[in-house]
Design a protein around this ligand. Structure first.
Ligand SMILES: *[C@@H]1O[C@H](CO)[C@@H](O)[C@H](O)[C@H]1NC(C)=O
Ligand SMILES: *[C@@H]1O[C@H](CO)[C@@H](O)[C@H](O)[C@H]1NC(C)=O
Ligand SMILES: [Zn+2]
Length: 345
């Protein structure tokens, strides 16, 4: 029995040594911490690094085409949760993988993996910050450009990866879609362990409702080798979890004990511009108007004005009706919201 124990210790020691010599040697504190990454990985000292602080006053408003989220509502049955010693990874084993296109992206990007960054307590933990506000946790969904074949090859190209980043914020109510993840976490607290998720998994279920408003900028991986190949999309609406749900992530261990934090501090923004994609439904509304005009009217301008005036009038009429009906205790608001948001969906 004793010799088996010794053998296990030797095996463990050897596997750790192998991992370390493979370059898996960065951490978040002391001499392996972010301040020293640049010594071993030159790109970590680059000028277009991530994460950054996004200053809302300095973003450039733009209207990009809608992002297409393909396969995000599929129910995926072969999903693995892995503790890689730095974070928790979620990987999809069956094909086809979900993909994204549109927005600022040129071409299709295929899902590679998703993982999380968190902090010691709920006051910080996200990597990017917004107006220097930190969030307790951040989700990174990593996609590689289909044209480049594999994630490893994609990292050699300046537009090789896109990361969809989502912030978390605290809620008093549990997010049910996260129960499967947190129960899987309990089985991978030890480093370099992995477990298959017990139920099918859908991307859309774990994301916020609003996928239209986001910031986008060009940056890097936030872990060594810090390759400057990432088109970042930071979605504005956070995902809401309870304190206890976030706390389960802090139980995850590396070879050196609990991973209490694994976020890189913000990096200089340099000469980069952060773009802010605002909701484009207002503009598609006008486009629909113009299409109709081409067929029906020889005086598009006049008709458009009349249309807008009519719309405003009918909206006011509805609001007036709603107020009146409210007085009588009848609620018409579902109708109002349906009318004003028809172009959203
Ligand atoms: C969170 O952690 C930081 C750093 O360890 C500490 O300064 C701060 O007081 C903590 N906040 C709370 C609310 O525990
Ligand atoms: C993890 O362990 C718990 C028991 O501790 C078990 O109920 C669960 O099914 C396991 N697996 C996953 C993927 O959650
Ligand atoms: Zn990350």
């Amino acid at each position: 029995k004793f010799s088996i124990f010794i053998l296990l210790i030797i095996f463990r020691f050897l596997s750790l040594t192998v991992l370390l010599t493979l370059g898996d040697d960065f951490g978040y504190d002391g001499i392996t911490g972010p301040n020293y990454w640049g010594e071993r990985y030159r790109e970590c000292a680059g000028k277009h690094q991530s994460p950054i602080n996004i200053n809302i006053l300095h973003v450039k408003h733009i209207i990009l085409p809608d992002i297409e989220f393909i396969g995000f509502d599929d129910s995926i049955d072969d999903v693995h949760v892995t503790n890689n010693g730095h974070t928790v990874l979620i990987e999809v084993k069956n094909e086809p993988h979900p993909r994204v296109r549109g927005g600022p992206l040129d071409g299709d990007y295929i899902f590679s993996q998703m993982h999380f960054h968190w902090g010691d307590n709920d006051t910080f933990g996200s990597e990017d910050t917004i107006n220097h506000r930190s969030f307790p946790m951040e989700l990174h969904m990593v996609f590689f450009k289909e044209e480049y074949g594999t994630p490893t090859n994609a990292v050699k190209h300046h537009d090789g990866l896109t990361v969809l980043a989502f912030f978390y914020e605290l809620d008093r109510h549990q997010h049910p879609a996260y129960d499967d993840i947190t129960s899987a976490l309990a089985n991978v607290t030890e480093p370099y362990t992995s477990v298959a998720m017990s139920h099918p998994f859908s991307f859309l279920n774990i994301l916020p409702y609003d996928l239209k408003r986001y910031f986008t900028y060009k940056g890097s991986l936030t872990t060594p080798p810090c390759s400057e190949v990432v088109i970042w999309l930071d979605f504005e609406q956070p995902i809401r979890l309870t304190h206890d749900q976030i706390e389960t992530f802090r139980e995850i261990k590396s070879a050196h004990g609990k991973i209490t934090h694994n976020f890189r501090p913000i990096q200089p923004i340099g000469d980069r511009i952060v773009f802010y994609n605002i909701d484009n439904s207002y503009f598609s509304y006008n486009t629909i108007d113009e299409d109709e005009e081409e067929h029906k009217d020889t005086h598009p301008k006049r008709k458009k004005h009349r249309n807008n005036a009519q719309n405003i009038l009918s909206n006011y009429t509805l609001i007036l009706c709603n107020v009146l009906l409210l007085v009588y205790g009848i609620h018409l608001s579902p109708l109002i919201s349906e009318v004003s948001f028809t172009t959203d969906f």
